[in-house]
Design a protein around this ligand. Structure first.
Ligand code: SAH
Length: 306
């Protein structure tokens, strides 16, 4: 089991402590709200932690400091529990223990007989995602970029394909934002399991499915034919494809992704770094680049086939 070098600090002004330890590249900070001014600070190696202890003792002689090794699981669990809701436009992604009390929009009917009242369209779309090993709590810039991009589209009546669904966050959000249905695939069985569990945490959301699938396997990914061949819904090509992967994988699979959505639809990609941006845009050359945003060195791109 891995251990993380940590430092407990007590009896000192938290802001001052954080300013002092900042030079030693802390990897995470845990504030103990139940005990004012107490902090646990994590470092990537014991040397950095030990140097930070010296610095805190020098700068704040009254501070009580304790070096500690925190086991892997304990840290993962506790840092996850500290996670709160994330808001991107109308979308609010909340862990089960911090669901805000908001007037929210239920998932729309699959085939709306009447257009949604404009007032309803402004209500937040709240989804519950349990932080786990599956990527996609909303705390990473690339997830937020995809959530921002998809809100620029009118999803009413559309079918959304989410490739590399992780926690399922993008597929569930798309359905809440008006898509008629959403389908998430991932090549990691644990992610598919997590996505299904997350769907169950959102009982108002129907017409969302998660299946094991690999984007790089031509047999399992062949435009909409994939879903037809495997007897899965839906029997139509996607209107919107979302793929939050990596720059290298996007470049390699660009032809498949570019063919995965119907004309008039859109492709949203992220997971690429700013320095990979040009290569990814070039790989999707036949499509029109219609949206681009960078956050924390990560890039989100939106393509259309006009
Ligand atoms: N869509 C989520 C998760 C993105 S993380 C979000 O935006 O937050 C990327 C996910 O892609 C991971 O869950 C990973 O398992 C999956 N993935 C990586 N390679 C893949 C492939 N070849 N086919 C399908 N999924 C893949």
């Amino acid at each position: 089991m891995a251990f993380f070098p940590a430092l407990d600090v007590d009896n000192a002004d938290s802001d001052l402590v954080l300013a002092v330890v900042d030079d030693y590249s802390p990897t995470a900070i845990e504030e103990h709200h139940e005990h004012d001014g107490a902090l646990t600070i994590f470092f990537s190696d014991p040397a950095a932690r030990d140097a930070a202890i010296e610095a805190v003792r020098r700068a704040i002689p009254t501070a009580r400091t304790t070096a500690r090794e925190v086991d892997d699981e304990d840290w993962a669990r506790r840092s996850q529990e500290a996670l709160g809701p994330v808001t991107v436009g109308r979308v609010v992604v909340a862990p089960p223990w911090a669901v805000p009390d908001l007037p929210t929009l239920p998932a729309p009917p699959a085939l709306p007989a009447l257009p949604a009242a404009p007032a309803l369209a402004a209500l937040p779309a709240l989804l519950v995602i349990r932080p786990s090993m599956a990527f996609g709590t909303g705390h990473h810039a690339t997830t937020r970029l995809c959530l921002a991009a998809v809100q620029l589209l009118n999803l009413t009546g559309t079918f959304v394909l989410d490739i590399g669904t992780g926690s399922g966050v993008l597929a569930i959000a798309a359905r809440l934002l008006g898509a008629e249905g959403a389908f998430g695939i991932d090549n990691d069985p644990d992610a598919v399991q997590c996505a299904r569990e997350n769907l169950a945490l959102n009982p108002g959301v129907n017409r969302v499915r998660f299946e094991l699938g690999d984007l790089t396997s031509p047999r399992s990914f062949d435009n909409a034919g994939l879903w037809v061949a495997r007897g899965l819904e839906p029997l139509r090509p996607a209107d919107v494809v979302m793929a939050n992967l990596t720059g290298a994988l996007l470049c390699r699979t660009a032809p498949a992704l570019a063919n995965a959505f119907a004309p008039g639809g859109a492709l949203i990609v992220s997971g690429l770094l700013a320095e990979e941006r040009d290569a990814v845009v070039a790989a999707f050359q036949p499509l029109d680049l219609v949206w681009e945003v960078e956050e924390d060195g990560w890039v989100g791109l939106g393509f259309a086939r006009l």
